[in-house]
Design a protein around this ligand. Structure first.
Ligand SMILES: NC(=O)c1ccc[n+]([C@@H]2O[C@H](COP(=O)([O-])OP(=O)(O)OC[C@H]3O[C@@H](n4cnc5c(N)ncnc54)[C@H](OP(=O)(O)O)[C@@H]3O)[C@@H](O)[C@H]2O)c1
Length: 209
C-alpha cells in the first residue's frame, strides 16, 4: 500500500518505519520535510519525505493522522475536500494541556474523539487505531512471532476496516475490532482500554466486561 504519514513524530515516525520494513511505500510528512532525512534513511525501502501538500496530492491509499489533536481543525480545513475520499487512520488523542480548549470541548462532548475527526474529514472513511498504545511499545514490540500485543481498532466502513486490520497485522500486532466509531469511547484518554498493553485474549476479556 501507499501510506501517507501525517505527522512523523513518535507515533508516525515509528509506524512509518515499521510499514516500510513490511514492504509498503511510505510518505513521511512534516511542515519541514527537509528535516526528515534521517528518518527516511532509517526507514529504507520505498520511503520518502514530502510536504503536507504533496502528501495529499500523491494520492496515497491510506493516511495516518499522528499529529497533536489541535492540528485536526487546520488540516481538515485545508485538505478534507479535494483529497478527502481516502481512508484515514486516526491515532490522535485530545489533551487539553497540549491542544487547548477544542480538546476539552471534545472530551466534554457526547462525541468520541474519532467521531470528531470523522466529522472534520467529512467525506473520508475514518478508522481509529494506534492511539491506545505507548509510543515505546509501538516502537519495540512490533514484529513478534509469538506473544503479540493486541491493537484495538474501529472503522467506518468495510474498506477502512480491511486496510486498518491489514496494516496492524503486517507489523506483527493482533488486530481487535471494536465495530464502528461509536464504540471508540473505551479507546479515548483515561478510558477502559487506553494505555493497555496486552494480548488479544486479555484485551477481548476487558472489552466484554
Ligand atoms: N506518544 C505517545 O505515546 C502516543 C501514543 C498514542 C497516540 N498518541 C497521539 O498521537 C499523536 C502524535 O503523538 P506523537 O507522540 O507522535 O507526537 P510528536 O512526536 O510531537 O509528533 C507529532 C508530529 O506532528 C507534527 N505537527 C505538530 N503540529 C502540527 C500542525 N499544527 N500541523 C501539522 N503537523 C503538525 C510535527 O511534525 P513537524 O513539526 O515536523 O511538522 C510532529 O512531528 C497525538 O495526538 C498523540 O496524543 C501519542
Amino acid at each position: 500500500m501507499k501510506i501517507g504519514i501525517i505527522g512523523s513524530g513518535n507515533i508516525g515516525g515509528n509506524l512509518g518505519k515499521h510499514w516500510a520494513k513490511a514492504g509498503h511505500e511510505v510518505l513521511f510528512t512534516s511542515r519541514h520535510p527537509e528535516q526528515l532525512n534521517q528518518l527516511v534513511q532509517e526507514a529504507g525501502g520505498k520511503a520518502k519525505a514530502v510536504s503536507l501538500d504533496k502528501a495529499w496530492e500523491e494520492n496515497a491509499d491510506v493516511y495516518l493522522l499522528a499529529v497533536p489533536f489541535k492540528a485536526i481543525d487546520k488540516l481538515s480545513e485545508l485538505y478534507a475536500g479535494e483529497y478527502g475520499n481516502k481512508v484515514i487512520i486516526d491515532a490522535t488523542n485530545p489533551y487539553p494541556e497540549r491542544d487547548g480548549e477544542m480538546a476539552q470541548e471534545v472530551r466534554d462532548s457526547n462525541r468520541n474523539a474519532s467521531e470528531y475527526t470523522a466529522m472534520k474529514f467529512g467525506t473520508a472513511k475514518t478508522a481509529k487505531a494506534f492511539n491506545t498504545i505507548y509510543a515505546d511499545h509501538l516502537k519495540d514490540k512490533a514484529f513478534r512471532d509469538t506473544d503479540k500485543l493486541a491493537i484495538p481498532f474501529a472503522a467506518q466502513d468495510e474498506d477502512s476496516k480491511k486496510m486498518t486490520q491489514e496494516l496492524i497485522e503486517d507489523i506483527g500486532f493482533e488486530a481487535v475490532y471494536l465495530g464502528g466509531l461509536e464504540n471508540t469511547h473505551i479507546m479515548d484518554p483515561d478510558q477502559k482500554i487506553y494505555g493497555v498493553s496486552t494480548n488479544r485474549q486479555d484485551l477481548e476479556e476487558m472489552i466484554k466486561k
